[in-house]
Design a protein around this ligand. Sequence first.
Ligand code: G6P
Length: 386
Amino acid sequence: RAAEKDGHAWFMLKEIAEQPQAVADTLRGRIGETGEIMLDEVRLTDQDLRDVDKVFIVSCGTSYHAGLVAKYAIEHWTRIPCEVELASEFRYRDPVLDRSTLVVVISQSGETMDTLMALRHAKEQKARVLAICNTNGSTIPRESDAVLYTHGGPEIAVASTKAFLTQLAACFLVGLHLAQVRGVKYADEVAAVVAQLQEMPAKIEKVLAGMDAVRELGRELADNKASTVLFIGRHVGYPVALEGALKLKELAYMHAEGFAAGELKHGPIALIGGPSDDEAGNPVGHGTPVICIVPSPAGRGLLHDKIVSNIQEVRARGAHTIVIAEEGDDAVIPYADVLVRVPRTPTLLAPFVTTVPLQVLAAAIADARGHDVDQPRNLAKSVTVE
Ligand code: G6P
C-alpha cells in the first residue's frame, strides 16, 4: 500500500498534496480563451439558467462547507438569492421550491443518503437539480437533471480534502457561468475572478511548500490539554473556520468549534482562558488555542480590520493565537503567537489557500496522537443511511 500512497505515510497526506492538480483538472476545459465559462456538459440551457430565481445548495459534512463558501460568491455575482442547507434538514422543513429553483447538490461520493433524499424531494417539487460530484455514474448524478463532475480523482481517506477544493472550483464555475449568462453588474470583477481562479493551483502549491512549521505546530498541539480549540473567520473565512474545526474533530478527536468572528462577543468568548497555573502559581503551557482565518487587507479592508480587533480581543483574554494571514499583512504580527502565511489571494477565493494549513494541522495532530489518520473511529467515507 505504501506505493499507492506515493511515499506519503497516509492517503490523506497524498490527497492534500494532490490538491493543485485536482483543482487544475476540475478547471481544465471549462474556461474559454476569452474567459467564458463553458459548461455545455451540464445540460442546462442558457434559458434554463436565466429562468432561475432562487438557488438552494444542499449537502453534508465537508461538502456542506463548500456550499457555504459558494453562497457568498453566487449571491454577490448573480444577485440571485442563494440558501445553503444541510441535506438532513432540507426536506423535513418543507422548503419553498418550484420550477425556477435551481437546487445544487454537492457530494464527493454521489451516494450520501441524506443528500440523495433531499435531491428526490427537490425533484418532486419540480425544481431543477444540478449535482456537483466526484464519482462518475454514482446515484446522485444519475438522478439529477444535470451534473458537473469534479475531477479530483479517487479520495480514499475518510476526511475529505481534495474533494473540498475541487468542489469550491466547481461551485465558482457554476456561479461565474450563471453571472455570465444572466449579465451582471460586476462584469469586470467576474472577468478578473476567472483569471484569478486559474492561478489557484500554483498558489495551493506554494502553501504546500511552506507547511513544515504547521506540522511542527501540530506536534506541539497534540500534547495540549486545552478543553477546546476555536476557529474564527468572517465572510468566506467563516465556512473555512467550520471546516478547520470539523477536520480537527474527525481526525484528532479534539473538541473544536468554528465561529463567525463577530459572534465571539455573543457567547463563545466565554470559553477563552489563559494558561493554567502550576502549584507555585506559575503559568504552564498556553491558553485556549484560537485559529484565526484572516481575509486579505486589500479589497474588503473593513473585514480585515474587524478580524484583527477580534484577534486582539481573544489574545487579551489569554488565548494562544494561531493566525493564518496573507503575505505582507503586517497588521496581524503584534497579535499572532504563531503566524502562518498564505499567498495574496482575493477574499472570495481565499478558501483555496486558507483551508490547506488547517488540513495539514489536523492530520499532524492526529498522527502525533497515534490515531489512524485515514480511518478515524466511528466515521465512514460514504454514509448510505439516513
Ligand atoms: C461523510 C464523510 C465526510 C463527507 C460527508 C459527505 O461524513 O466522512 O468526509 O464530507 O460524508 O459526503 P459526500 O460524499 O456526500 O460529499
